[in-house]
Write a new protein. Structure first.
Length: 134
């Protein structure tokens, strides 16, 4: 993946810090702000948490990345991609993408509530196969 093109396509200035953020998100899939900060701080010792949040929010504003809110856990971030749900292990905390189009839920919620729904987030929790083996 060409991270420079990704930033430019979202009309963001290409900076070493932003490239590192996007690269790390691509590698990890989902990452908390704390893990992101700890890793980025090793490469850019002068970066502040406030600067990291500013970059995260800027990337969210242009739909380059999105928040994944998980009940009982800190928010994680991921690069925006096709619609999907998430599955999270209540034991080890593993978070994975689940191929599913939540758009069906949006349409059903519009029909049932008459709300003008435009976004849905689905997080299914349970115990992953590895934790069930233990």
């Amino acid at each position: 993946m060409k991270y420079e093109h990704l930033l430019k396509n979202h009309r963001l200035k290409v900076t070493p810090q932003r490239l590192a953020i996007i690269e790390l998100m691509q590698q990890r899939g989902h990452i908390s702000i704390d893990d992101l900060y700890d890793t980025i701080k090793n490469k850019f010792s002068s970066i502040s948490l406030a600067t990291l949040y500013k970059n995260i929010h800027m990337m969210m504003d242009v739909s380059l990345i999105r928040e994944v809110k998980i009940p009982g856990q800190k928010t994680k971030y991921e690069i925006e991609k096709e619609s999907h749900a998430h599955v999270v292990c209540k034991s080890c905390g593993e978070l994975k993408d689940l191929p599913f189009d939540p758009g069906v839920l949006i349409q059903k919620s519009i029909e049932m509530s008459d709300y003008k729904a435009d976004e849905v987030s689905v997080v299914v929790s349970g115990i992953c196969p590895e934790c069930r083996k233990k």
